[in-house]
Structure formats: structure tokens, C-alpha cells
Design a protein around this ligand. Structure first.
Ligand code: PAF
Length: 283
């Protein structure tokens, strides 16, 4: 059995643990998560271990990034399995605060970002989301003072928003995006995939297939508008209710009219039943 990582649940114990890490002149990586860990998260931890001498993983299901009608209450919480996976992955420290530590009574501060947070993608459908993410990630950075922090590219807009925030606020942390980890049939790994029924799970890889097909057609010179409208139809025909299927500049997230506006990233969000899935692919 690998040694269990140190688990800290209060700010004073986090400070003491960080002092011990820093005393050894360690470079520190932070992997922020909401738990329910899967291979995608473990890829972040593995990357973190390559790039830093100590790895902190935070586990906090952040209420401020969920709207009242969303799944905060039912979001999977799998602490024992998460701990075993992080021991196996040899994380050094788990920061697992409770809600009252992160948001004490009378908490009244929000970090709000513009630029990539207003790209008319996730923000159009989840207007509350990014200020919740930036507020909690900002707090995690201030609490843990990492040298680097790693985020999955599956939440592509989130990665851009957090990168912008860290630069704008001089937080002194380098943000690293890690490629999406997929199931064998192409479905992007997500903690929310457990919500899918067998039938929905069988249909879900249509998102990645459509992204791949569209990227291939664009590379072959097909007209972007036609490719995107064919892709949107394919996703709906597979039983999804589509929020967006968009071609954007991979850095600025501004709309792309052709590959000449590139580098181009294709981004999709769609619901199957009650479960909303997102995915993206570089062209
Ligand atoms: O991507 C996530 O799991 C969350 O949005 C994050 C970055 C941990 C903030 O709560």
C-alpha cells in the first residue's frame, strides 16, 4: 500500500503543512478538483508530479459555481475512493476544506472576469459559473501559493478564464492545461458521466465523433459554415439537445470564420436527458 497523502481540513493545518513543504525548498503544484476523481484527474496529478517536487490536490465541491437548479446536491462525492486514488498517484497533500471554511458566514466577495469568461459559450448557458470558479480558484491559489496549477482541457473555456485571472491578478502561478483523457470509445472523461443511463452512455461518444469528423473536414478544406451546421445536425440526430457547437480561435475564443482565423478549436456542449456534457478538439 502506498503511504496515504496528508489530508488537511482547516486553514491553520494547511498553513503548517505548506510551511513543511516549503521548508524543503519544494516547488509546489496544485491540482484543483471537486473530487469524484477519474483518470482525467489522475493525468493532472501525474503531470504535476513531473513538473513540481510536491503536489497538492484540493477537493472541494464548490457551491458558488452551481445555479440553484443544477446538481450541487447530487454531485458525486466519493471521498474514500478519491483518497485511495491519490495515495496510488502519490499526491503529497490533500486540501479538503468544508463549505464554512471556504465561505464563512458573511462572505461577500466575488472575483469576476471578462474576456474569455464572456465568450458566449458556457457563460451563455451557465451565467453564474465563471465567477464561482474564479472566486474559489482565486482563494485556492492564495491559500496554497502554488508555483504551478494544472487544469484539464476538457473545460477549455475555464482553462482560459483561470489563465487570464492568474495573469491579471499577478498571482504568480503558472497555469498548465492538460489534454483531455477519453474512454476507449472517445467519450471525454467527466465526473458527470456516472449520471448517464446505459442507453445515453451508448449515444454519448457521438460528441467526440462529430468533433473529429468536423476537424477532419475542415483540414480537408470544407467550408466552415457547412461543416458546423452538419455537425450540429448530427449531434441532435444522436439524441442530444444542443447548447452550442462552435468554431473559435483557440486562444482568444473569438468566433472563427475559417481556418485562416486560427488556430481553431471546436467546442461543444449538449444535453442528453438531464446530463449536460461538454467536449472540444483542436483543428
Ligand atoms: O473543474 C473543476 O473541477 C472545477 O471547476 C474547479 C476548477 C475545481 C473549481 O471548483
Amino acid at each position: 500500500m502506498p503511504p496515504a497523502p496528508t489530508v488537511v481540513r482547516t486553514l491553520p493545518s494547511l498553513r503548517r503543512a505548506l510551511e513543511r513543504l516549503r521548508a524543503r525548498r519544494a516547488t509546489v503544484a496544485l491540482v484543483p478538483t471537486m473530487g469524484a476523481l477519474h483518470e482525467g484527474h489522475l493525468a493532472l496529478v501525474r503531470q504535476a508530479k513531473k513538473r513540481a517536487s510536491r503536489v497538492i490536490v484540493s477537493i472541494f465541491v464548490n457551491p458558488t459555481q452551481f445555479a440553484p437548479h443544477e446538481d450541487f446536491g447530487s454531485y458525486p462525492r466519493t471521498w474514500k475512493a478519491d483518497l485511495a486514488k491519490l495515495a496510488e498517484a502519490k499526491a503529497d497533500l490533500i486540501w479538503r476544506p468544508d463549505v464554512s471554511t471556504m465561505y464563512p458566514r458573511d462572505f461577500a466577495t466575488r472575483i469576476s472576469t471578462e474576456g474569455p469568461a464572456m465568450a458566449d459559450l458556457e457563460d451563455r448557458f451557465r451565467p453564474h459559473f465563471f465567477s464561482g470558479v474564479t472566486t474559489v480558484v482565486g482563494k485556492l491559489f492564495i491559500q496554497c501559493r502554488p508555483d504551478i496549477a494544472l487544469f484539464g482541457q476538457k473545460d477549455y473555456q475555464q482553462l482560459k478564464v483561470v489563465t487570464r485571472m492568474a495573469a491579471d491578478l499577478d498571482l504568480g502561478v503558472k497555469i498548465i492545461g492538460v489534454p483531455i483523457v477519453r474512454e476507449r470509445d472517445g467519450l471525454a472523461m467527466s465526473s458527470r458521466n456516472v449520471y448517464l443511463s446505459n442507453e445515453q452512455r451508448a449515444r454519448a461518444p457521438a460528441l467526440y465523433r462529430t468533433l473529429k469528423d468536423a476537424a477532419g473536414r475542415l483540414r480537408n478544406g470544407d467550408h466552415l459554415e457547412a461543416v458546423m451546421s452538419d455537425g450540429a445536425r448530427t449531434i441532435e440526430d444522436a439524441g442530444f439537445s444542443l447548447d452550442y457547437f462552435e468554431a473559435r480561435h483557440a486562444e482568444t475564443l473569438s468566433p472563427a470564420g475559417s481556418l485562416k482565423d486560427g488556430p481553431v478549436r471546436l467546442l461543444v456542449a449538449a444535453k442528453i436527458g438531464d446530463t449536460r456534457l461538454i467536449d472540444n478538439l483542436g483543428v
